[in-house]
Design a protein around this ligand. Sequence first.
Ligand SMILES: NC(=O)c1ccc[n+]([C@@H]2O[C@H](COP(=O)([O-])OP(=O)(O)OC[C@H]3O[C@@H](n4cnc5c(N)ncnc54)[C@H](O)[C@@H]3O)[C@@H](O)[C@H]2O)c1
Length: 323
Amino acid sequence: MKILITGCCGFIGFSLAKKLLLNKKNIIIGIDCLDRYYDVSLKKNRLKSLIKNDNFKFFKFNLKDKKKIDRVFDAQKINIVFHFAAQAGVRFSFSNPFKYIDDNFLSFMNILENIKKNRIKKFFFASSSSVYGDTKKIPSKEHDNLNEKNLYALSKTFNEKISQVYSEKYDLNICGLRFFTVYGEWGRPDMFMMKYINASIKKNFFYLYNYGKHKRDFTYIDDVTFFMEKIINNKRLKKFSIINISSSRPYSLYKVMNEINLYFKAPKIIKKKRDSADVLNTHGSNRKLIDISGKYKFTSLQIGVRNLCRWYKHYYKLNRNRI
Ligand SMILES: NC(=O)c1ccc[n+]([C@@H]2O[C@H](COP(=O)([O-])OP(=O)(O)OC[C@H]3O[C@@H](n4cnc5c(N)ncnc54)[C@H](O)[C@@H]3O)[C@@H](O)[C@H]2O)c1
């Protein structure tokens, strides 16, 4: 099977590519522009580990360039697409709104047009738990009302809505994956756990928003890639579907800090008031995911954090001061 993964040098795209490459029948085409949103050397190191595999082919360019994407689709006979390339980040969307227009709206349309033109068998794309915003209905279910609080969340809702329109109008198989705070080895340095570990290693202050009262539905990366591999050929998927990818076990930031403190010395904390862009709690229902994929034992927070911390120590030794 020939599978295109956009954002293959990012956290989730890389992790899925690595997993799918374990199956020798898969050929992975990766696209990424290695943008500078966070440490590029981490992205390059992810790429280094992928290109060792002969079944991996890489193209470096920005997806806002439609001609370049068209060429990849024309030249490669792609069966499945996972589209992860996007500008993430909630607070960043207030300071850099136009990056979201390029990466999350324009680039998305360039991909979607190619899904239609090339009659791609299945198109999966990354949405986000942030589309739910602050909600009293917990756990959040896929058909609940959405309450986007920032341009990032709005861009993901746009992706969902326009894909549904294309799926219905052009008879395309499309599935949007609403990820809930994914963490683990090779994770993103702009996210809570990695930021906390970095502050500890570099002896920096750690800014704790909303005095640490937020709760997040932390979902371990191996669980996420397990489900994605499983749904590629899943017959229970409808023509168009949206699925929460969540462990459905929210933890307070304090609980997570305590877990990490077992492996790293606690950094100096500076407590800050709540940022209005931040959602207070996230908690997704994973009933639909389980109905589609079957029963599954999610990785516990203790094991997930342990794996992340062990990996970080090893990575940091090899790449001192790099994350
Ligand atoms: N990690 C999470 O917890 C989480 C939660 C919710 C949603 N998501 C979504 O999942 C997807 C993957 O997230 P991630 O954590 O791997 O993010 P990431 O930032 O690590 O990866 C995104 C990758 O896409 C690339 N990219 C961005 N814009 C591009 C463009 N225009 N052209 C080419 N490449 C481009 C970046 O260089 C980066 O390597 C994103 O769409 C994100 O919004 C992630």
